[in-house]
Design a protein around this ligand. Structure first.
Ligand code: HEC
Ligand code: HEC
Length: 264
């Protein structure tokens, strides 16, 4: 009991000393509690406060890094690492301590399940890390909409990509399954081919670069939501989603990609 109280009051002390606390948290990294004032041998880890600091990044640098990161550890890691490693280079702590490898799990739509596209997962996690609770979901919503509507991969990788001039496709969905298979249809390539690898590597860069464009706008105080749901989805949701007569679904994916429209 006493130990807990002691720790608590010590944390309060650090917080109330303002600049000292900030200095320790930023300069000393994650283990700011290391220089103990209670003479004890225990170290208290002080997590840096969320959101973490952001500085505007060059989307083209991030695009290339995302492409390269795919070849290290696939889409989710590639997108997250492209943004976070740039912030680490610019800002240093607390980014120096971040275990970017944790985002390997998102590979292939989460461990190969082809659910949410890993590029969206990694980029959204990065957006969340540097945005406050008022804004992260707005930026991610924009990113999800952009992903669903955009013709991928862009041709902005042609200078360094292994394969140039690949076929392009629109997913209409944030799902890895839909995205990959629509591209296989458009290109005539196999889903486990080197061509599909390179396509997904490019997508990793494209999505991370767009996330950075959104974050840069936010940093300038110029972010506004532009994505709107299609009128079909809006209609479905008016009965099936929040506040509708049935309220038996939730979500913003394109309903008619999976369901036949019906008249009620
Ligand atoms: C005017 C309200 C309304 C709208 C708009 C509406 N639905 Fe429905 N939907 C219903 C009702 C009522 C049922 C029947 C529910 C039941 O029988 O339990 C239903 C049933 C369904 C079902 C399950 C039964 C089936 O037909 O397979 C699906 C799936 C569905 N709707 C999808 C959609 C989609 C997709 C849209 C938009 C294209 C849509 N709904 C628009 C009211 C609506
Ligand atoms: C990726 C495919 C997919 C998308 C996109 C999707 N659904 Fe579904 N939905 C399903 C599946 C799978 C089920 C469960 C199986 C079933 O009963 O059809 C389901 C179930 C439902 C049901 C209940 C069906 C029943 O038999 O009672 C409704 C209603 C429904 N969805 C509405 C919607 C609406 C509205 C949207 C758009 C906001 C939407 N769905 C988007 C795949 C999808």
């Amino acid at each position: 009991m006493e130990v807990t109280n002691e720790k608590f009051s010590r944390r309060k002390f650090l917080t109330s000393t303002g600049t000292l606390a900030a200095g320790l948290a930023i300069g000393g990294g994650l283990f700011a509690g290391g220089c103990s004032s209670n003479g004890g041998s225990t170290k208290t880890a002080t997590a840096p406060k969320w959101p973490w600091p952001y500085q505007k990044l060059d989307p083209e640098v991030v695009r290339k890094k995302g492409y390269e990161g795919w070849y290290e550890a696939a889409c989710s890691y590639g997108a997250f690492n492209a943004i976070i490693s740039e912030l680490r280079d610019k800002i240093g702590d607390p980014y120096t301590t971040f275990p970017v490898d944790m985002f390997r799990f998102g590979e292939g739509g989460v461990a190969g399940w082809s659910s949410l596209c890993g590029t969206l997962l990694g980029s959204s996690a990065a957006i969340n890390l540097v945005s406050g609770k008022e804004s992260y979901s707005q930026l991610i919503n924009e990113l999800m909409g952009y992903y669903s509507e955009t013709t991928f991969p862009t041709n902005k990788h042609d200078e360094y990509a292994k394969i140039q001039g690949q076929a392009q496709s629109v997913s209409g969905s944030p799902l890895c399954h839909v995205s990959v298979t629509n591209w296989c249809k458009a290109s005539g390539k196999k889903s486990f081919s080197p061509d599909r690898d390179d396509r997904c590597a490019k997508l990793t860069g494209d999505v991370a670069a767009y996330a950075v464009e959104l974050l840069n706008k936010q940093a300038d105080g110029k972010f506004t939501s532009a994505f709107t749901l299609s009128s079909v989805v809006q209609t479905c949701r008016s009965c099936h989603d929040k506040g509708g007569q049935l309220e038996n679904t939730r979500g913003m994916m394109d309903c008619v990609q999976c369901h036949e429209p019906h008249n009620q």
